[in-house]
Each structure stands twice: as C-alpha cells, then as structure tokens.
Design a protein around this ligand. Structure first.
Ligand code: 3HC
Length: 407
C-alpha cells in the first residue's frame, strides 16, 4: 500500500518533528493534539526546523511556505477519514495510547496503519486494544527527529508482513534508515542507551565525577553529546519513566539512579523547563548538587566511587550481547542502529557497541565487566553469550571472529 497522506497524534517535540519529516518528503500530514497550546507549539517546531533551513540557505522562503501548507493542525479528528497511516506520539502511558487507538479505530478507514512512536512500551499490548492488531506497528523516531537517521520498526505479535513492508517503504520515502527490531521493552536503542545513561547518573550521584567532567569524557570518547547534555535534551520525565519501565521489565540490572526521581519530583525536566542536570537561561545547577548531597547524607547512595568510561560503556556492550542472544536484531543492525540513532563513534570513527567490543577483545570486555561486578554489583555480570564466545576463542578482531567476522 502506498502512503499518500499521514497523521500525527500528539504535537510535542517528537510529534512536531515527525510532522516536519513527513512534509519534507512532500506528503500532507494532519497534526492533532487535545490542547491548543501544544498544537501551536508543535506547529512552531515544524516552522523553526524549516526556518533554520531557510536561514542556512538550504531552502527558499517560498518552498518553506509550500511545506508548511502541507500541515493541517487540528484539535478534532477532522481529516482522518482518508489517512493511510497515523503515528501516535502521545505521553508514554499505555492507557492513553490505547484510548487514542480506540478513537482512531472509529474515524479511520479499515486499511489505515496505526504506528506508535513509543520509546519502550509493548506494541502487542497497544494492538490488542484495537480492531486491527495486524495493522499496528512501532515506528520509533529519535530525537531530534529531523536530524537522526534511524527509525526502529517494531512488529507486534499480530502485525502482518504487509504492514511491516508498507512501513519499511514509507520510512525509506522519508529518507530515514529503518531497522526492524523484535519487540522487547525499550526495543534496541533505548535498551542499550538507558543503562549507559543510568550508569553516568549513578557516577554523578555517588560523587565519582561532576556532570561536566563526565560529559567531557564522553565527548572525548567520541559521543556527539555527553550523557547529561543528552538527557536534558530528551527530557528527564521521559528518562525517568522509561527507566522505571525497564526496571520493572528487566529487574535489578536496570534499577534507575535515585537522582532521576528527585529531579522529576522537583520539575527539573531538562532543557524544556530550563533546568535539568544543568541550568539554562540563567538558572543554576546548585539544586542538583544539594539533591546529591542529601542522597549521600541519607545513606541512600554509595559515595566516593570512581568514574571512567568503561563504567558507562561496559553495560551497553553487555546489553547488546543479550539482545543478540535474544535475536532482537542482527549484529550489523545493532551497530548501525546505535550509530544512526545516537551518533555513536569511537574517536570520531562510526562504531557500534559490538564492533567496539570486538576491537577491545571480548576477553578484555569480560575481565572489565567482572572487575566492575566485584566493585559495583550484579548489574555488571557478563552475559552468557560473552562468556561462551571467550571460551570458544572468539575474541574479536584479533582472532578474526567475535560478535562480527573479520577476513
Ligand atoms: N534540541 C533540538 N534540536 C537540536 C538540539 C537540541 N538540543 N541541538 C541541535 N539540534 C538540531 C539543530 O537545531 C540543527 O537543526 P537544523 O539542521 O534544523 O538547524 C541540528 O540539530 C544539527 O545541529 P548542529 O548543526 O548544532 O549539529 P551538532 O553537530 O551540534 O549535532 C545533534 C546536534 C545532531 C543533536 C548531535 O549532537 C547528536 O547526534 N546528538 C545525539 C542525539 C541522540 O543521541 N539522539 C537519540 C536519543 S535517544 C531517543 O531519542 C529515543 C527516545 O525514545 C528517548
């Protein structure tokens, strides 16, 4: 099925960004929200992205206007009677997503595909609340949606192959890079990224280093942004909720740093509130230092541990090896997804976690994980696959075979 018209429900930063991406490829899009203020903000997001292109001389003002004319902003379901695909980007609460899909079931044609931009929640669970589970699929964009190339495509238990094929073609028509990922909490990229971001936050709350020191080390390693800059951009409400969900689903190894809850409760949600790990627009980060001091004084967190980039990277590699074992995605797709979804590099060279492990040597990775496990606990226990590979002598690049194969 060819997609001639799309709709986006939820005009937050992601919804607005996705609407821009769709119009950029020349398709009309209906952008819906329940709140006029949010809708105006969503339209502003679309306008700002185009304006930046005009300012950089990449687009004429006339072309910008014709792209903007492709967006219809609405508070109702008017215009949904002939859409071929709807992408929902409403808050990360299952009941809200299910309610939106139930409403869409009533107003959209039977053939309309329902896609969810959820960061982590179950596609199958959403699909079960619709009359068309074979037409429901995950279509997970990355922030900023107009810049990051990756879109994770997540079929649920009942999603038809036809729906997967249609959405793959649609994603390519948006000039994005689709990677099919088997359904699991956090899918692929967030499942790998969250342990890394969480470990950075544990280091911070334990006083191992400051946010600025950790961000600098991460950028020197090759990441385009440090973990705290990134979390402030993503929104600490999103990080907190996604982290809680992953903890609920995977257990202890994903237990979130206490500081997330403190920041969330204090309304320090990142750039959007001018206050997160850092302060923006004249706001200070002193309250975060106070929160950390309080957590340490209450004995809620261990104080005085050490920081190095291994502490952040090893959980990501370990989780990637678990994804491989569970067939969440193929080895090359795991690396490509991390590169296209987060801009991951090692010293400027595009490299995903599996290639990185192969370069270090899987025996070295296991040794590092075991040392971290002895110091910080079970969350660093090396995966079964890593240990099996080491026992088999598949040590990475140096033996011609690790997670990937080398000639
Ligand atoms: N918020 C929104 N947009 C931003 C931004 C921010 N904080 N920072 C930069 N951008 C936009 C700029 O406006 C610019 O847009 P334009 O082309 O329309 O002018 C574009 O990004 C490029 O910006 P720069 O020219 O300043 O380029 P940089 O080299 O500084 O790159 C970046 C910026 C692309 C954001 C880069 O730092 C990067 O790749 N960071 C990693 C982002 C990442 O990891 N995203 C995925 C997170 S996980 C996720 O989204 C999943 C979700 O479910 C939680």
């Amino acid at each position: 099925m060819y997609i001639f018209k799309a709709a986006v429900v939820g005009a937050g930063a992601m919804g607005g960004g996705i609407a821009q991406v769709i119009t950029f490829s020349g398709l009309p899009v209906v952008l819906k929200d329940v709140d006029q203020k949010m809708l105006d903000k969503g339209m502003e997001t679309v306008r700002e992205i185009y304006q930046a292109r005009v300012d950089k001389g990449k687009m004429s003002a006339g072309d910008m206007q014709s792209k903007l004319d492709l967006v219809t902003a609405t508070l109702t379901y008017d215009g949904f009677e002939d859409v071929d695909i709807v992408i929902e980007a409403v808050p990360e609460i299952m009941k809200i997503k299910q309610r939106v899909f139930a409403e869409l079931d009533e107003v959209c044609p039977e053939a309309t595909i329902f896609a969810s931009n959820t960061s982590a929640l179950s596609i199958s669970e959403m699909a079960a609340a619709t009359k068309r589970p074979h037409k429901v699929i995950g279509m997970h964009f990355f922030n900023p949606a107009h810049v990051m190339k990756l879109v994770e495509i997540i079929p649920g238990l009942s999603t038809s192959q036809e729906t997967v094929d249609d959405v793959l073609m649609f994603t390519e028509s948006l000039r994005k890079l689709p990677v099919v990922v088997q359904e699991c909490p956090g899918f692929l990229v967030n499942r790998l990224l969250m342990p890394y971001l969480n470990e950075a936050t544990l280091c911070l709350q334990e006083g191992a280093a400051t946010a600025a020191e950790i961000d600098t080390a991460a950028r020197e390693f090759g990441w385009p942004m440090g973990p705290f800059q990134l979390m402030d951009m993503l929104g600490l409400d999103i990080c907190y909720h996604t982290g809680e969900y992953l903890y609920q689903e995977y257990g202890e190894r994903m237990k979130g740093a206490e500081l997330f809850e403190e920041l969330f409760k204090a309304g320090r949600l990142g750039e959007k509130t001018n206050a997160g790990f850092y302060g923006y627009g004249g706001q200070s980060d002193e309250p975060v230092k106070d929160m950390i001091a309080q957590l340490q004084a209450d004995g809620q967190v261990q104080a005085g541990t050490g920081f190095n980039m291994d502490r952040l990277m090893m959980p990501m590699i370990n989780e990637a090896s678990m994804c491989l074992l569970e067939n969440v995605a193929r080895p090359n797709d795991i690396d490509m997804a991390m590169i296209a979804g987060t801009g991951m590099t090692k010293g400027g060279e595009r490299m995903g976690p599996l290639a990185l492990a192969d370069e270090m040597g899987l025996d070295v990775v296991v040794e590092k994980l075991q040392a971290l496990q002895a110091q910080h606990g079970e969350r660093f226990r090396p995966s079964r696959l890593l240990k099996t590979k080491v026992r088999a002598g598949h040590l990475g690049k140096k033996t011609g075979r690790g997670f990937l194969e080398y000639s």
